[in-house]
Design a protein around this ligand. Structure first.
Ligand SMILES: C[S@@+](CC[C@H](N)C(=O)[O-])C[C@H]1O[C@@H](n2cnc3c(N)ncnc32)[C@H](O)[C@@H]1O
Length: 276
């Protein structure tokens, strides 16, 4: 288990380039999020909690979906992301979307009987899952649903058939997440941990992503290599020579119509808080 201090800075950072990467990432993943909310039966008028919402890209969609008779509370650690999300909510006229600064490692969740909680790519960064696991059943009403998109198989990340440096990049990324106290494959553990906390596990569905040259998925993964390489280099986990090799592989792949990217595999977890 990770044993890092809980006040370690968030490993991906919250700079402007990362915010834009999150916006782009949401464009790619939005249909999968929407499908998950459909499967969980999310309807107008419901009250939703978005845990680790970032700048609120999914929260905005959730707010549109539940409409003005519903409510979305988006909790996020980074004050910069909270400020960016508040601006987006105002611009979109979504007065029933609130972004609130919140540390999932320390702050109790509001015990307000939410109908549904959504979390995507957040538990993987938490050095301690205990506070979240303890608080979640208290935040949801009996019968309230939980929908998680977290990774289950980071090792599936790669560029094929010629991506030796990209493979090494994926290994370095996982090392950096672990060094910061996270678990890149956290969704291997969450279903069992949630079942032990009184959740009924309704569905576990893998969401593999494959991207050919020019696709949104390929752009998403290329962009991640560009943006996160700086942090990896600062952490001593990646070198300029490694990055040059990775970029050469990306350039070569652009000339090969048979090349493709595979994403780290997300596991969709849908669960329901048991009625007492
Ligand atoms: C990869 S981003 C995902 C953002 C958003 N869920 C999405 O799908 O676009 C991870 C987010 O988790 C937030 N986060 C990390 N640790 C947190 C904590 N202890 N409490 C609250 N948010 C946290 C980060 O600030 C960041 O916004």
């Amino acid at each position: 288990m990770p044993q890092q201090p809980t006040d370690q800075p968030y490993v991906l950072g919250t700079h402007g380039e990362e915010l834009e990467r999150l916006r782009f990432q949401h464009e790619l993943w939005r249909p999968l999020a929407e499908a998950a909310w459909d499967r969980a039966g999310l309807t107008a008028g419901e009250r939703v909690l978005d845990l680790g919402a970032g700048p609120g890209f999914a929260a905005l969609d959730l707010a549109r979906r539940v409409g003005p008779t519903g409510q979305v509370l988006a909790l996020e650690h980074s004050p910069a992301y909270v400020a960016a999300g508040r601006l987006l909510a105002v611009e979109a006229g979504l007065t029933h979307l609130e972004l609130r600064q919140h540390d999932l490692l320390r702050d109790p969740l509001p015990h307000e009987g939410f109908d549904l909680a959504w979390m995507r790519w957040v538990a993987m960064f938490l050095a301690d899952l205990e506070p979240l696991l303890t608080q979640l059943p208290l935040a949801l009403r009996p019968g309230g649903r939980l929908v998680l998109h977290e990774y289950v198989q980071w090792d599936s990340f790669g560029l094929h058939p010629h991506g030796a440096a990209i493979h090494r990049f994926g290994q370095a990324v996982q090392r950096s997440f672990r060094q910061a106290g996270g678990d890149p494959d956290v969704n291997r553990r969450l279903p069992s941990l949630l079942a032990a906390r009184g959740f009924r596990i309704d569905a576990l569905e893998p969401l593999p992503v494959l991207g050919r040259e020019g696709s949104l998925a390929a752009q998403w993964m290329q962009r991640f290599v560009m943006v996160y390489a700086h942090q990896l280099q600062a952490q001593g986990l990646w070198s300029a020579a490694d990055q040059a090799e990775a970029l050469a592989e990306i350039e070569a792949a652009a000339e090969d119509p048979g090349s493709f990217w595979m994403g780290p595999t997300v596991l969709e977890l849908r669960a329901t808080r048991w009625a007492p």
